[in-house]
Ligand binder design. Structure first.
Ligand code: 0A1
Ligand code: ZN
Length: 881
């Protein structure tokens, strides 16, 4: 495996295939131990290919049983076969011919969860990115589009349900208790969108009538007995289908749309044509078992996969370098959907927090890569926050720059022009250039250049001239293998906030293109002068987070406080407060490191408490203002020589200070938010619960007593408040009688529900204590801990590595050792999940020396092993480079 890990794929080497496969018929004799797959391909040599061009098909661990060319057994010297490749050198002279390939695979032994595998007794597939080659030899690349007909045969009692892509065409009973079904998908698709599911599952059914009157049968398949918990997902699906018609004019195109939930899945979900396969975590929900965050995730992911039907399936990627073509765009679409379903401002704040927590550290560390990478070793490692989340931000900027009408015209042109094709980012951008008449070449750098740009900004007001002058400078820091950066087009939404809090007008502006409240930076430096500004304004910049940049703004604390109280843009209000709190935490952690007691400015504390109590604001927003920046956020801002213990101590001190300032006000607020209305997952009710959950942490800290949290834990009639209270108990009172009792009660109550048990593992993984490493080691021996189940591994070890700054980074290196050992053990079973877990080390160089040394040693030890998967070898080598 090690030698193979060296191969690098480069964008500039892209060559169209010499052969196409317009049609494929697949026949599966399903059996967990030994499944026979017969693939009959119609192969077509392209006009300009030489007649003797070999046909090289991808495979991965396959056993070839038979090969026929135009129905005749292929001569042994006509081809060369290995588990990973089938090369056919002697082919018919005709341009079109038929190839029949029989392979034998063992789904029950497949622990990688790529290709065909068995999850809880259900056969299912995962083919993106390169899983189809684990089923049969094929041109397993996204620019080969084929019409699929799939026949499945299985034991009737084990697998009464037989599903594949497209529409059902035939089914019937066979001898020996077996049966079959045939599905046909008329839309040509790449192999990564192939799927089949066979098993015994329950179903929730519904119907949807599209705008043009097409009737679609909807089905969500889940384990028997869990059907009730799929009704929210069904509702989200119907809302998504309607929204895509209303907002983008996109209708569904088959007679059926099915979703299957499985409990072993490497990622969130998969958009296979007409047959989405989901991690059951993103399907199953009811108030007793799912938090409001779970409901929101389900809504977003159901929408995401559905939206892929147009952005990804009807129009797909030419090659895997173009992954953001479908992912960035589809994330943008699901973000917009959620914003329309819920509070736009709250949604935007959550997106930005996510981007900063996941994408910024990636962009600022050794794994940085452009939204459209130019090289990769293992494509599985490029399903990243940069491709998805930054990719979405780039589409959002496109919309900001063009305006929503021209953006929609560009989307329409893209759909018209490229339906049924496999295309590139250049094709995508060109649609917008052609629809709008604008030159987007500088803008395109967002796709091609890695790194988070920084914008430094200062302003001065001249009261005699009524002029505000803003000095701005952009810079992009170097990233691996990209030292010199070009200047970007950065759209910065802004406002000139006047003394009464409303935006001031100006008469004229020079120094940059400024339109519709957006400054367009295109040069390294701009001096922008606004004339006719009648009072001294405070500049509110990057409103709504219009560009994914970091800012260095010369602004004093009073101005920042003013924005936090008065900015008309709710995102910027939250941002102003967040900047103040982050600054306070950095100062405080320096004090702790210097052996001093941290102190906090009264104004910052009181504004936080005031905003939380401001009833003119929606509850969800108030909950966000009260959410003090996380330890990782502060670490990222500090950037180097980080000591996580001092940040933890500083943050705890800040929580206490806010708790004491909030005191009685918080208590009243908390009590007032209790209502006796029956549970509803809607945004308003979720906002009230979010605020209660935020407040309960302060109440218990103020009391220095777990009683209030324990009461919430016991009284809660929903998972949001129950898990919220348990989190507070685990974070601050894990070694009290209440903390222990609550954890035990939770375990007992939900021991039969794996998704809720994940929460129990997760909450313990976050305990900031010196004993947590040994706690995790014990929990890994829990009868319900399974290395084979990705959700379980992520809940315990993933959460520990990503959301427990103090214990993961424990000064003795034991947290790192725990994660390194898990990564190594997991790599033998599931390289994809192992490699992802290993990315927890990506910021190791920004730590203080002792921790850095521990991390370097463990990373080097892991990298030296000679049995690493390509996935893990790639991550380790780049992390250490
Ligand atoms: N295309 C999916 C993500 C996905 C990618 C790879 C997978 O392989 C295990 C699974 C899912 C999406 O964007 O939702
Ligand atoms: Zn996607």
């Amino acid at each position: 495996m090690r030698t193979e890990s060296g191969q690098i794929f480069r964008l500039e080497d892209y060559q169209p295939s010499n052969y196409l496969i317009p049609e494929i018929a697949l026949d599966f004799r399903l059996d967990p131990q030994e499944t026979l797959v017969t693939a009959t391909l119609t192969v077509e040599r392209i006009a300009r290919a030489p007649a003797d061009a070999p046909l090289i098909l991808d495979g991965d661990g396959l056993t070839l049983e038979a090969l026929r060319i135009n129905g005749e057994e292929a001569a042994t010297d006509s081809h060369d076969v290995s588990p990973d490749r089938l090369t056919i050198t002697r082919l018919p002279a005709s341009r079109q011919f038929e190839l029949t390939i029989v392979t034998r695979i063992a789904p029950a032994m497949n622990t990688t969860l790529m290709g065909l595998y068995v999850s809880n007794g259900v056969f299912c597939t995962q083919c993106e990115a390169e899983g189809f080659r684990r089923i049969t030899y094929f041109l397993d690349r996204p620019d080969i589009l084929s019409v699929y007909t799939v026949r499945m045969e299985a034991d009737r009692s084990e697998a009464p349900l037989l599903l594949s892509n497209g529409n059902p065409v035939e089914k019937g009973v066979l001898a020996d208790g077996r049966h079959f079904a045939v599905w046909h998908d008329p839309f040509p698709k790449p192999s990564y969108l192939f799927a089949l599911v066979a098993g015994d599952l329950g179903v929730v059914k519904d119907r949807f009538t599209t705008a043009s009157g097409r009737e679609v049968d909807l089905g969500i398949y889940v384990e028997h007995g869990k059907e009730e918990r799929a009704t929210y997902a069904m509702d989200a699906l119907k809302r998504s289908m309607r929204w895509d018609e209303d907002r983008f004019g996109r209708e569904y195109d088959l007679d059926v749309f099915n979703i299957v939930a499985v409990s072993d899945f490497n990622m969130g979900a998969m958009e296979n044509k007409g047959l989405n396969v989901f991690n059951d975590k993103y399907v199953l929900a009811d108030h007793d078992t799912a938090t409001d965050a779970d409901f929101a995730n389900i809504e977003a992911i159901i929408a995401h996969e559905y939206f892929h039907n147009w952005t990804g399936n009807r129009i797909t990627c030419r090659d895997w370098f173009q992954l953001c073509l479908k992912e960035g765009l589809t994330v943008f679409r699901d973000h917009e959907f959620s914003a329309d379903q819920r509070s736009r401002a709250v949604k935007r704040i959550a997106e930005v927090r996510g981007l900063r927590a996941h994408q910024f550290p990636e962009d600022q560390g050794p794994l940085a890569h452009p939204v459209r990478p130019r090289r990769y070793r293992e494509i599985n490692n490029f399903y990243t926050a940069t491709v998805y989340e930054k990719g979405s931000e780039v589409v959002r900027m496109l919309c900001t720059i063009l305006g929503s009408e021209a953006f929609r015209a560009g989307m329409d042109l893209y759909f018209d022009r490229h339906d049924g094709q496999a295309v590139t980012i250049e094709d995508f951008v060109k649609s917008f250039e052609d629809a709008s008449g604008r030159d987007l070449s500088q803008f395109s750098l967002w796709y091609h250049q890695a790194g988070t740009p920084n914008v430094a900004l200062s302003s001065r007001y001249d009261g005699n001239k009524n002029a505000l002058t803003v000095e701005i400078e952009q810079s992009v820091p170097p990233t691996p293998s990209e030292n010199r950066k070009r200047l970007m087009h950065i759209p910065l939404a802004f406002g000139l906030v006047g003394p009464d809090g409303s935006d001031l007008d100006y008469e004229s502006v020079e120094g940059a293109n400024v339109e519709n409240g957006v400054m367009h930076l295109r040069r390294r430096r701009h001096q922008i002068t606004f004339k006719g500004v009648t009072a001294r304004p405070v500049l509110s910049i990057n409103r709504g987070f219009s560009a994914p940049v970091t800012l260095s703004v010369e602004i004093n604390a009073n101005e920042q406080l003013f924005l936090a109280r008065h900015d008309s843009d709710p995102f910027s209000r939250w941002q102003a407060l967040n900047t103040l709190l982050t600054g306070a935490l950095i100062t405080a952690s320096k004090s702790v490191r210097g052996g001093k007691k941290p102190v906090f400015d009264d104004e910052i504390i009181s504004i936080t408490a005031d905003l939380a109590a401001d009833e003119t604001l929606e509850e969800a927003f108030r909950a966000l203002t009260l959410s003090v920046p996380g330890e990782a956020d502060v670490a990222r801002e500090i950037g180097r020589d980080i000591d996580p213990d001092t940040i933890h101590a500083a943050r705890k001190a800040l929580l206490l200070a806010i708790a004491q300032a909030g005191g009685e006000t918080f208590r009243k607020l908390y009590d007032g938010l209790l209502d006796n209305a029956p549970f509803s997952p809607d945004a308003r009710s979720a906002g009230r619960r979010a605020l209660r959950n935020t407040l309960i942490e302060f109440l218990t800290l103020d009391d220095a007593n777990p009683a209030a949290a324990y009461r919430q834990f016991e009284d809660a009639d929903n998972m949001t408040e129950r898990a919220g209270a348990l989190t507070v108990l685990a974070q601050h009172f894990h070694d009290t009688a209440e903390g222990r009792a609550a954890l035990a009660a939770f375990e007992e109550r939900y021991s039969n529900n794996p998704l809720v048990l994940d929460k129990w593992f997760q909450i313990q993984a976050m305990i900031p204590s010196a004993e947590t490493v040994s706690l995790i080691r014990n929990l890994m021996k829990h009868p319900q801990f399974l290395l084979a189940n990705p959700n379980r591994v992520r809940a315990l070890v993933g959460t520990f590595s990503m959301a427990n700054q103090t214990a993961f980074h424990s000064a003795d290196g034991e947290g790192y050792r725990l994660v390194a050992e898990t990564v190594t053990a997991l790599d033998r079973h599931n390289p994809q999940v192992a490699a992802r877990l290993a990315t927890a080390f990506r910021s190791w160089r920004s730590l203080e020396k002792g921790r850095r040394e521990h991390a370097r040693k463990l990373l080097s030890e892991m990298a030296r092993r000679d049995d690493l998967s390509r996935d893990l070898a790639d991550i380790l080598e780049r992390t250490l480079a």
